[in-house]
Write a protein that binds this ligand. Structure first.
Ligand code: ZN
Length: 163
């Protein structure tokens, strides 16, 4: 990572401050510290760029992710750069997270299936060849009152059935 590139990043971060009328020495120092900490914690160029991009997009209230509040949170005096770097995506952008949770529950209602797991169940006996070499995939519903469906496959004779 070249120093020139890092300076461009820092100037981009400081631009956010000027564009939002919160340019002052403390805030500039906080942006510099953010970049520097991300640089020190991410030894690989891709990780550095990804992390910078993530914070830049969320800090910029007019950026494409439209996170209107994170800049205010970041600039609070009692919030340190380390605190911010430890924040989860939900903490960085709670509104978007709420949206995701809403969408998720709709998807869960629409499609009944929630988790899929595969296993070899030695207790299951193939209805055709009577061998106990049965693999199954279980489709588990989100609501506990729905019974799970097992999709079984006999690895001995290839017979498939549902139970
Ligand atoms: Zn079989």
């Amino acid at each position: 990572m070249s120093d020139a590139f890092r300076r461009v990043i820092v100037s981009k971060l400081i631009e956010i401050l000027t564009e939002n009328n919160v340019y002052n020495l403390d805030n500039v120092n906080k942006m510099i510290k953010l970049e520097d900490t991300i640089f020190k914690e991410n030894n690989n160029v891709y990780k550095y760029k990804d992390t910078i991009r993530h914070y830049y997009n969320n800090l910029n209230p007019n950026g494409y992710v439209q996170n209107k509040n994170f800049l205010n949170v970041f600039l609070q005096q009692n919030v340190s750069v380390r605190d911010v770097l430890r924040m989860s995506p939900q903490q960085i952008f709670p509104e978007r997270w709420t949206d995701v949770v809403k969408k998720l529950s709709v998807i869960q209602k629409e499609s009944m299936f929630y988790t899929v797991k595969s296993d070899v169940e030695s207790m299951l006996k193939c209805g055709k060849c009577k061998q106990k070499k049965v693999e199954y995939t279980e489709l588990q519903t989100r609501s506990a009152d729905e019974p799970m469906t097992k999709f079984c496959y006999c690895s001995n004779c290839g017979f498939r059935w549902k139970m």
